[in-house]
Design a protein around this ligand. Structure first.
Ligand code: RTP
Length: 155
């Protein structure tokens, strides 16, 4: 039941400004908690433009890039770090497809969003990006390493 340390991944999940404005923060956090992942970082945060640009630097050439930066910096986001075996791919499944109209019912975007440009949540797309993005959005002292008591599903 106990996973080896190498199997444990980190992912960076973020409720985007529309999710905060619409009061979906609790609903979204609760889906990850109920799934059984371990929360290691959590904050409400007004993202500066430079950080949004760094986070989305691979999309710089896209036509929607300027509006994406405006969107992400338009109001506070909720930054989360989640840990667990398979957490990266599983979080992407819980989140659903980028275009909410294509996202399956039962997923966060499938249940709660309509437009790609207002798709309420971000989740890292690989274990490497999970580590990179967690380090980008959280300072060291903001993350909390803790051992769940008698809860092996939280590893
Ligand atoms: P995600 O991880 O958020 O599901 O997105 P992705 O990597 O599959 O898609 P990517 O192309 O990296 O897009 C990142 C975020 O940019 C916004 N977006 N807007 N046509 C548009 O207006 C458009 N396309 C993408 C979305 O907020 C998307 O999540």
């Amino acid at each position: 039941l106990v996973a080896s340390l190498e199997q444990v991944e980190q992912t960076y999940v973020m409720v985007k400004p529309d999710g905060v404005q619409r009061g979906l923060v609790g609903e979204i956090i609760s889906r990850f908690e109920r799934k059984g992942f371990k929360l290691t970082g959590l904050k409400l945060f007004q993202c500066p433009k430079e950080l949004a640009e760094e986070h989305y630097k691979d999309l710089k050439a896209k036509a929607f890039y300027p509006s994406l930066i405006d969107y992400i910096t338009s109001g506070p986001v909720v930054c989360m770090a989640w840990e667990g075996v398979g957490v990266v791919a599983s979080a992407r499944k819980l989140i659903g497809s980028t275009d909410p109209l294509q996202a399956e019912p039962g997923t966060i975007r499938g249940d709660l969003a309509v437009q790609t440009g207002r798709n309420v949540i971000h989740g890292s797309d690989s274990p490497e990006n999970g580590k990179r993005e967690t380090a980008l959005w959280f300072k060291e002292g903001e993350l909390c390493e803790w051992t769940p008591v008698q809860a092996p599903w939280l590893r």
